[in-house]
Design a protein around this ligand. Sequence first.
Ligand code: C2E
Ligand code: CA
Ligand code: CA
Ligand code: CA
Length: 277
Amino acid sequence: SEDARDRGLAFYHPARDSYSADRLTLASDLRHALKNDRLALYLQPKLLLKTGEVVGLEALIRWPDHKNPVPADEIIALAEQTGLIKPLTRWVLEQSLAVRSRLLEQGYTLGLSVNISPNNLREKDFPLYVQRLMSSYHSHHGAITLEVTETSMMQDPVNSLAALKSLHATGIPLSIDDFGSGYSSLSYIKQLPASEIKIDRSLVTDLATEAGDRVIVKTTIDMCHSLGYSVVAEGVEKQETLDLLEQMGCDMIQGYFLTPPLPFDDMTAWLDERARQ
Ligand code: C2E
Ligand code: CA
Ligand code: CA
Ligand code: CA
């Protein structure tokens, strides 16, 4: 969808006219789509630089058959505003476990990363739900990683930390998304029960040409390693960026340079193709 946005296609932006009739229609369309399994997950690989292996896939929400393309962040904003985020996140988690099982059947053992919203952290029963879900799928720890954005945690740092701790206690790995795009303090970051940090693509995409970004990214990688986190760089679009990140000791990358997010069948075709090389 970001491709489409770059090409200047018209998008519907529900967040910009919160009370319009259009928005109410869109909200009821979304409710309907969710109920009838008309949403989809696209998958984007996460590559371990040391070995060149794909080690995981991030699940990203799509609404394929809607009359205008609605970008993922707008789907999520709409779901958050209309109380649909709880069932939507649960749908995404269940689908992701199903995707993981289908991948296993095809010989791929890959972790799935799922984005969660600040509202999910406010649900008292979310950790219990996650724990039950994992055991009902007989999924081992590491099958699913939950990604939560730095910015969303900072809306309510104390309660977010408590919620992350109870999620962490269920054994599920946590990842701090969009790191470097917000204003969290380092003293907050060091307390997080996360295993992974994802450096925001705004710091990564122009790495080859922006000396300042290189300083920030290198320093972030070193700091995160010292704190015990593994580091993913998102938004890698060029070989040069990959090479720089490798020199800097970054652990993993994601980005259009490998592939944009793909639907399941295209993703397995992409994985098969790589395995043949
Ligand atoms: P995110 O979690 O930071 O996801 C990465 C976004 O960057 C995705 O956009 C992906 O398509 C895009 N991307 C990946 N590689 C590149 C690249 O090399 N260059 C550029 N320019 N973009 C790249 P997408 O799929 O439109 O998702 C946007 C945001 O919507 C996500 O950002 C995430 O915050 C949210 N989102 C998506 N799916 C879900 C979901 O199931 N639940 C929740 N709560 N949020 C979701
Ligand atoms: Ca993410
Ligand atoms: Ca991100
Ligand atoms: Ca983002």
